[in-house]
Each structure stands twice: as structure tokens, then as C-alpha cells.
Design a protein around this ligand. Structure first.
Ligand code: ZN
Length: 315
């Protein structure tokens, strides 16, 4: 990551597609991923190893992972809900696997049908499996702390619980933890505080990324707060695909195009070519004509005379 300042991790093919009814054909997923990697996006979460019965939108994840691995320089990430999913992700060749652990146990039961203890047992088994692999075949393993900023079922989530679960995930052998604002409840002050609390518990190198949603319009404000604290990886989704069923007009994840423009305009290097990134959108729109795509930069265009790597005239 020496030649970039911030890693934008595209999660649209997973978080976006799992949140909509339409099923994107494999060829369209491939065209999307290929074009976005060519625009300079270096990490893409391409799917989730959940049973096809639950999420038919992501039934071809193993194929997508195996194919995406052939794109030079692209880190291929996948979500795994359990040990079985991790086995399949490893078989397909994912570079990175993320297992979500919902800090709200009610949400965990509703979502994964598992208590915290049961999820942590899956984590233990996955680490055991990873340890049997040669180092160059072992994917990075992240524990994603979802509903870390509040839960639609439980409401407020105690920060002490987030910190305690982060500790347990690291102790069990996860390489890293991530903080996920699954519900779009986070605000910048809370985000800064929680990042510092988790760092104090597990160390700065064990939390480098956050996953933000834009449900209440605070996505980019939260992204800036995280960056100023020292977070270096931000998840986002092209066109904010997925939206939010509770907040019409709100994108799902923060919008990749807006995030990439903001960082570039701030003089932060992401490795992304903005003009090429804005064109990727056309592929998704053509494949999913019934779905709404969000984002301000794609509609407004880049500012007149926009170059790259910083914007504005210094005095
Ligand atoms: Zn999400």
C-alpha cells in the first residue's frame, strides 16, 4: 500500500447485490469487477458464501472468486457466514475472508441463527483450518463486528461489548477486526471514540478498516472522521447499490464514486482513475435497469478543469 494513502474496498457485488431483488448474471458481474479493477480499485468483495437458497443473488460466488483471482493486482475478498462458507471460500481461492459477528446478539440470532458463543466457535474452527494451509495459500481472516454502532432490534449497543468481542476475535486468531455500521447509526464522534477504544484493546494494526452505510446521510462525514483517526481502508459500493429499505432515497453503503472523488480532491492517493470509475456505472445500470443508483459526483460530473491529486488554489 506504499503508493496509495487509502484503500477503497468495493463491496457492491456483495453488499449491494444481496440487498436487491434482481439477480445480476455472472457475465455482468465479471464485466463490472473487471472494469472497476481496471479503473484502479484494488480490493473487491465479490460475494458471500451463503447457501443459494438464502441469497440466490450470490449463488455463483465460488465461480466469481475463482475468476476474479485471475485479474492481476486485485485482492479478492468474500464474506463467509460460517466454517462451511470459509472452506468453500478457501477452495475457490479468496485472498481475504470476512466473518461477520453481530455485536447485538439478537441480530446475530436473527441473521445467522447463532449466539455469540456459536459464532466464536466457527471462528475457532476456521483458524484451525487456516493453520493447516501453507502460508502462501492462506487468506487473510477478518472478523467483522457488525451492528457495532447500534442495532435495529436492540437499539444502542454497549461499546464495552464491541471491545470485548474484538478482543475475543483477535485472541482466537483473526488477523484483524473491522467495525461495521450495518444499520447506518454511526456518527463521527462515536466512530472516533470506538476506533480508539478498540485500538487500545487490540492494537492499531488489528483494526485498519471500517464499513459504513449512508442510511442517514452521514457516510462521508464518518469516512473523514475515520481517516483523521488513522483508518486506511474504507468499504464502499458503486452507485451505493442496495439502497436502504427503511430510508427511501438513501444509498446503501457509501457511494464509491463520491468517496473516490472526495479523497482525490483532498489530495489523498487511492490509485483510482475517476473518469474510468464513473464509466463503470454504465455496466451496472445496463445489467440492473430496475435498480436505483445513487451518488452526487456521477450526476454533477467532475468540477470544471479538474485535474487530479488535490483541488483548489493554494494562496
Ligand atoms: Zn453493509
Amino acid at each position: 500500500m506504499n503508493d496509495i494513502d487509502v484503500l477503497i474496498s468495493e463491496v457492491g457485488p456483495r453488499d449491494g447485490l444481496q440487498s436487491i431483488q434482481s439477480i445480476m448474471p455472472l457475465e455482468a458481474k465479471q464485466a463490472w469487477i473487471k472494469a472497476e479493477a481496471a479503473a484502479g480499485v484494488r480490493e473487491i468483495e465479490v460475494g458471500s458464501f451463503v447457501p443459494p437458497k438464502l441469497l440466490p443473488q450470490l449463488a455463483d460466488t465460488a465461480e466469481v472468486v475463482a475468476w476474479a483471482r485471475t485479474i492481476p493486482g486485485l485482492a479478492v475478498a468474500a464474506l463467509v457466514p460460517n466454517f462451511k462458507g470459509a472452506e468453500n471460500a478457501i477452495k475457490a481461492g479468496a485472498h481475504k475472508i470476512t466473518l461477520p459477528l453481530s455485536v447485538s446478539e439478537t441480530h446475530s440470532q436473527a441473521n445467522l441463527k447463532k449466539t455469540h458463543a456459536q459464532v466464536l466457535e466457527e471462528v475457532r474452527k476456521i483458524v484451525e483450518l487456516l493453520e493447516t494451509l501453507p502460508a502462501d495459500e492462506r487468506p487473510a481472516f477478518e472478523g467483522g463486528l457488525s451492528t457495532a454502532f447500534g442495532c435495529t432490534l436492540e437499539g444502542a449497543v454497549p461499546e464495552a461489548k464491541v471491545v470485548e468481542l474484538a478482543r475475543q476475535l483477535i485472541d482466537l486468531g483473526c488477523d484483524e477486526v473491522g467495525l461495521s455500521d450495518t444499520t447506518g447509526y454511526a456518527n463521527p464522534t462515536q466512530l472516533r471514540r470506538l476506533i480508539k477504544l478498540v485500538w487500545a484493546e487490540v492494537g492499531k494494526d488489528k483494526l485498519t478498516g471500517v464499513h459504513l452505510h449512508n442510511t442517514r446521510g452521514l457516510g462521508l462525514a464518518n469516512a473523514v472522521a475515520a481517516l483523521e483517526e488513522g483508518i486506511t481502508t474504507l468499504d464502499s459500493s458503486l452507485g451505493g447499490l442496495g439502497g436502504c429499505p427503511f430510508a427511501p432515497g438513501a444509498s446503501g453503503n457509501i457511494v464509491t464514486e463520491d468517496l473516490a472523488f472526495m479523497l482525490d480532491a483532498m489530495g489523498l492517493r487511492t490509485g483510482i482513475d475517476l473518469d474510468r470509475l464513473l464509466m463503470v456505472r454504465e455496466i451496472v445500470i445496463a445489467a440492473l435497469p430496475d435498480e436505483e443508483m445513487y451518488g452526487f459526483t456521477p450526476d454533477a460530473g467532475l468540477p470544471k478543469g479538474y485535474g487530479t491529486g488535490g483541488w483548489g488554489v493554494a494562496a
